[in-house]
Design a protein around this ligand. Structure first.
Ligand code: PEP
Ligand code: MG
Length: 768
């Protein structure tokens, strides 16, 4: 008998081998230049790993349906069958064993395929000699994309390990295959130029619709090609000087880029460039390269060493924000390399209707495009809270980020539609789709200009109810003067933005300056400032947090209460900024226990007392609580005893109620604020708030969606805080609605079964 410990290590060994295989095949597939290459890698590697006699992939080809209009499977790659059969063998769903695997969406493992009633023989494949058959479906987002097949001459079943490994490989490769499908790879042999028109889904990074041509930005140079040249001692000084010159040149370029954006951005945004400059001047970068040169390596090689080690260190960090800093370092490194190499790469050209596309769009890439030419932004990775998203929103450029199916190697110069409202990208749109989008754009423009007229009228319903329309902000650049004058104040000032674009916690005085500017800008209208809500997906570059479940972890008030020094500085800054103005309201995020609220109030009172003594500041702002964690919903009467108002954060409330990560594209179809449970909870909150007599508003995205806002109106909510771009449409809805009508439909809506049904009914009855 094998002793227990050695059995364990045997299992570990197998486990490690399998993981190694999976990792390496995925890496190879991701590096493939096109789908044919990717599929070839899959079949040859899998065949070898599982010692099969043949491995083949059949993919769905829904552009060439059968005569009944049903999708067909086409043999797309093989190692073991006759190569000329690729692109020739076609099967309907349910036809042959492969078709059966696709139809049932489950594996089939046979000792002798020919004996199966569904067996159908394709002589062109030369498969007569094979008996053992294992086919597993390739499934992406519940849809069968194809079938991965192993065959062997031996007349026996594949064992369970082989079967589970094949299932794992198929599951792991769906992303790559789905993106291949998107780029027309399925019928690549038949028609390389045809590209699927179905939308690719990503995260809506910045609203709006753009139509244009993709400009794929890839690093012109890579560090892979940099050879390390050793230098004699007497050249060290020369190389070090070369590096200094290159750094200065890159800094000049950054200044130039910044001035390209001049007037488009305010102070906070410029801090992004400042961060780049800080890296360039920082000891851990500049000095380390100089040190490497001093060891006898020419500047490019020294640069490569330092950049590579920085990039590795950042890339391995769990924190999304810090991981994305690796991209910044690499970007900067390549800029320096370009300066150090005598043959400068040709300058990228940007057409008039540029859609900037990259694996990750960095702030610097974005700034390099002449701003008038930049119509849209699309990235394969990246999240809604990335710098790019912040910048894109500030510049008013539609952006869709995190489009994991984006076939990067094929998109350059393609026509594209970027729908930043829905978080969708359409490649090579058909004439019809372009027409529809053009109509949509026209409609939007017409609506926008029709809505201009609405600015002069108040937000009052047909039955005379005044609705307060407030702005959500965090970057001043988001608010144009005209829009600013249309709001009843700021309903949510997200203070984390000024924290995120810096390289350290901003000091009390600095915060006073930032907050005072906002308070003055809106005075005498109220400005609701939320205390720092970092954590979750909003990390600070200078305060890494590594957590398994960041959205359920150290976030919002939990963090600030654990760091009273940071919390107090912020509260003190807010109170000082409010001195003599009095339009500040303070809002606490992520409250889930009464103790958190009590502790926060203790700190607020402490700050008030200190400032009264130190500076004679006597203004005491109203205090509010965000209702965004389900536990807070059931504490409303007690919250009402302690606070002046509540603000419903429908974004997080939806996330926590439905247990759906609001940023995860994989489950984004489940994330819907019109889910019946969310509506029931909103009803409960508004009823409780009425009983307790506490003011209630909504500051999540729901408030800015006219259809959802109609429902909120029916629940009695007359304070809505939204992105300024939604103001006019919501005002139009309000002016064309009566609160009585919206109230009447609530019971009916509460009886509906799904978000889709609720939306459908709202679309029928609400003006939008
Ligand atoms: C919310 O959760 O609805 C909200 C307004 O806060 P944030 O989107 O900043 O989490
Ligand atoms: Mg929130």
């Amino acid at each position: 008998m094998i002793p227990k410990s050695s059995r364990r290590s045997n299992v570990d060994e197998i486990h490690n081998t399998v993981l190694k295989f999976l990792r390496s095949i995925i890496q190879e597939v991701n590096r493939a230049e096109n789908i044919d290459q990717a599929l070839t890698i899959i079949v040859t590697r899998v065949k070898k790993e599982l010692s099969a006699d043949a491995c083949s992939v059949y993919l769905l080809d829904h552009r060439n349906p059968d005569s009944d209009g049903r999708e067909t499977l086409i043999l797309s790659a093989t190692d073991g069958l006759l190569p000329q059969s690729v692109g020739e063998v076609r099967l309907k769903f349910g036809e042959g064993i492969v078709g059966l695997v696709a139809e049932r969406a489950e594996p089939i493992n046979l000792a002798s395929a020919a004996e199966h009633p569904s067996y159908s023989y394709f002589p062109e494949t030369g498969e007569a000699k094979f008996h053992g058959f294992l086919g597993v479906p390739i499934i992406h987002h519940r849809r069968v994309l194809g079938v991965l097949v192993l065959q062997q001459q031996q007349e026996s079943h594949y064992n369970e390990d082989d079967e589970t490994l094949l299932i794992t490989v198929a599951a792991q490769l769906t992303g790559a295959i789905a993106s291949a499908e998107v780029s027309g790879g399925v019928s690549a042999q038949a028609d390389r130029r045809r590209v699927e028109r179905k939308p690719l889904h990503g995260i809506a990074g910045a609203p709006g619709i753009a139509m244009g041509r993709a400009v794929l930005v890839v690093a012109q140079l890579t560090f892979d090609v940099v050879a390390e040249r050793t230098i004699p001692d007497e050249e060290v000084e020369v190389e070090q000087q070369r590096l200094r010159v290159a750094i200065e040149a890159v800094k000049q370029d950054l200044l130039q880029m910044e001035s390209n954006l001049d007037g488009q951005l305010l102070l906070n945004d410029s801090a992004l460039f400042e961060a780049y400059r800080m890296i360039l001047d920082g000891d851990s970068f500049r000095s380390r390269i100089l040190e490497e040169i001093a060891t006898g390596v020419a500047a490019p090689g020294a640069l490569r060493r330092v950049v590579t080690s920085h990039v590795e260190a950042f890339s391995s960090m769990e924190d999304l924000y810090l991981r994305s800093r690796a991209e910044d370092i690499l970007d900067l490194g390549l800029r320096l390399l370009t300066k150090l190499q005598p043959n400068e790469a040709p300058k990228q050209k940007y057409p008039k209707n540029t859609i900037l596309v990259a694996d990750i769009v960095t702030a610097a890439m974005l700034a390099e495009v002449p701003i008038r030419r930049l119509q849209g932004i699309v990235s394969r990775r990246g999240s809604g809270t990335s710098h790019t998203a912040i910048l894109a929103k500030a510049l008013g450029i539609p952006a869709v980020l995190g489009v994991d199916e984006l076939p990067l190697s094929r998109v350059n110069a393609l026509e594209m539609i970027v729908d930043g409202n829905q978080g969708e990208v359409i490649l090579r749109p058909t004439k019809q789709i372009k027409k529809e989008y053009r109509q949509l754009l026209n409609q939007q423009q017409q609506q926008d200009s029709a809505l201009e007229a609405i600015y002069q009228y108040p937000a009052i319903t047909a039955d005379g109810i005044k609705v307060q329309l407030l702005a959500n902000t965090g970057l001043m650049a988001e608010l144009l003067e005209k829009e600013r004058s249309q709001t009843d104040g700021v309903g949510l000032y997200r203070t984390e933005y000024p924290f995120m674009v810096r390289d350290r916690f901003p000091g009390e005085k600095e915060q006073v300056r930032v907050y005072r500017k906002v308070l003055q800008e809106f005075h005498p209208l109220p400005v609701t400032m939320r205390t720092l809500d970092i954590g979750g997906d909003k990390a600070l570059p200078y305060f890494p947090m590594v957590e398994d479940n960041p959205f359920l972890g150290w976030r919002g008030i939990r963090f600030t209460l654990d760091h009273p020094e940071i919390f107090l500085a912020q509260l003190r800054a807010m109170l000082q900024a409010n001195a003599g103005l009095g339009n500040l309201r303070i809002l606490f995020p992520m409250i889930c226990t009464l103790k958190e609220l009590d502790d926060s109030l203790v700190l607020l009172h402490q700050a008030q007392e200190e400032l009264q003594q130190e500076q004679g500041i006597t203004e005491h702002p109203e205090v509010g609580v965000m209702i965004e964690v389900p536990s807070a919903v059931y504490l409303l009467p007690q919250i009402a005893e302690r606070a002046d108002f509540i603000s419903i954060g429908s974004n997080d409330l939806t996330q926590y109620l439905l247990a759906v990560d609001r940023n995860n594209a994989q489950v984004s179809e489940l994330y819907d604020s019109l889910h019946p449970s969310v509506i029931h909870v909103l009803k409960y909150i508004t009823d409780q708030a009425r009983i307790s007599g506490i003011e209630v508003s909504v500051c999540g995205e729901m408030a800015g969606d006219p259809v959802a806002a109609f429902l909120l109106l029916g629940l009695g909510i007359t304070r809505l805080s939204m992105n300024v771009s939604s103001l006019a449409r919501v005002k139009w809805m309000i002016r064309n609605s009566s609160q009585k009508r919206s109230r009447e439909v609530i019971p009916e809506l509460l009886r509906l079964d799904s978000a889709d049904a609720i939306r459908k009914r709202l679309l029928e009855i609400s003006p939008h």
